[in-house]
Every structure is written in C-alpha cells, then in structure tokens.
Design a protein. Structure first.
Length: 202
C-alpha cells in the first residue's frame, strides 16, 4: 500500500541502517535527477513507528532541495527493529546503490547483534553462508566492540585496536597499503604530483 507524506514526518533511525553511512555524493546525484524532473521510487516506511526502512538517500535528496512537500511512501509492517533491519538489508541488496565491502560487513555484524542466523543473513544479502562467515572474520575490535576492518589493515583483522589506531583506520582508503604505496610511487615517478599545489591537500 502506498501513500504520500512529508519527508520531515519520516524518522531516520541509523541503528539498523545497513550501510556505514548515507552517501552524500549519491544524494547529490539524486538531487540533480530531481531538478531534471525525475520521479524517484517510493521510500519504505514502517507504518507503526514512521521509521524509514529504505530510501535514506531519496529522502535526503528531497530535503536538500528544501522540499517538504509530500513524497511517495510504501508502508511496511515491522514488528521489531530486527524486522526493520531484515527489510532494509533485503531491499538494499537487490536494488539502488551497490553495497560497498564495509557495508556488507556491517550487515553481518548488525544481523549478529539482532540474533539473526548466518543462514538467514545470507538469504537477505543474496550471499552464500560461506561468504557471510568470511565477512565476519574481517573485523577489528575497539573497546571490545567489533567493527568493519579495511583491507589497509588486513594484518590486524581480528585484533583489538587502540582508539588512535581505529581513528587512523577509519580515515584510510579501502585498498591494501602496499598497493597504495605503489600507486603513489608511480604518480611521483611520472611527475604527476605537485607538492606546491595546495588543492591536492583538500
């Protein structure tokens, strides 16, 4: 069943959001599409709590345009927050912005937090149970709490990080460090890097 409601009336709850963040660049792309006259698909909202289940980028795109006029909403019925997680993962796995590697690990960790089995998570994510189990190994611990580990710190997977190490890891790119070093060396050797150009530090 679909209806219409103002974006400001829809509640964003990032606790069960399957991605590590709402992608600002993707929101900007949707804003541009709206300006061009595109009609975006309905967002999915839990009927009881008014919590946004799917469509975080679409909702923010409407808000960024300073539009609080009603948008298309598809009602879903979720008995618990775990059910909202299930519906969010299922929908994000099959359409819209592709899951990044960190997002997939986050999905696994959230599913574990909600007490959902590896078998069910694999169905929701359209991944094999073996792949889900492998994702679960790609974590580090900060204060005893697991979080997705980037490939840049592959040698530290499964270990406890200090707050300083964790902060540095979160800012690191997703590539292995040796690959990054090789790319930087190639750029410097080809004289593509200008150390006096302050724009390259932005």
């Amino acid at each position: 069943m679909t209806t219409r409601m103002a974006p400001s009336e829809i509640v964003e709850n990032l606790a069960f959001y399957p991605r590590k963040k709402v992608d600002g660049a993707h929101v900007a792309d949707l804003v541009d599409a709206l300006k061009a006259g595109a009609i975006l698909p309905p967002v999915a909202v839990d009927k009881k709590t008014r919590s946004l289940v799917d469509g975080f980028h679409r909702r923010r795109a409407h808000i960024r345009l300073n539009r609080d006029e009603p948008i298309a909403v598809e009602w879903v019925d979720c008995a618990t927050e775990a059910d909202m997680y299930r519906e969010a993962v299922r929908r994000n796995a099959i359409h819209g912005l592709r899951f990044e590697h960190d997002d997939e690990i986050r999905c696994v960790l959230l599913g574990e937090q909600y007490g959902i089995s590896v078998t069910e998570i694999s169905v929701l994510m359209s991944r094999t149970p073996e792949t889900i189990a492998h994702f679960r190994t790609q974590v580090v611990y900060v204060g005893g709490i697991p979080e997705p580990a980037k490939r840049a710190v592959i040698q530290l997977w499964g270990t406890e990080l200090t707050e300083q190490q964790a902060a540095a890891m979160r800012q690191a790119p997703g590539l292995p460090l040796l690959q990054i070093v090789k790319q930087l060396r190639a750029i410097v050797d080809a004289e593509l890097f200008d150390a006096t150009d302050m724009r390259q530090s932005e």
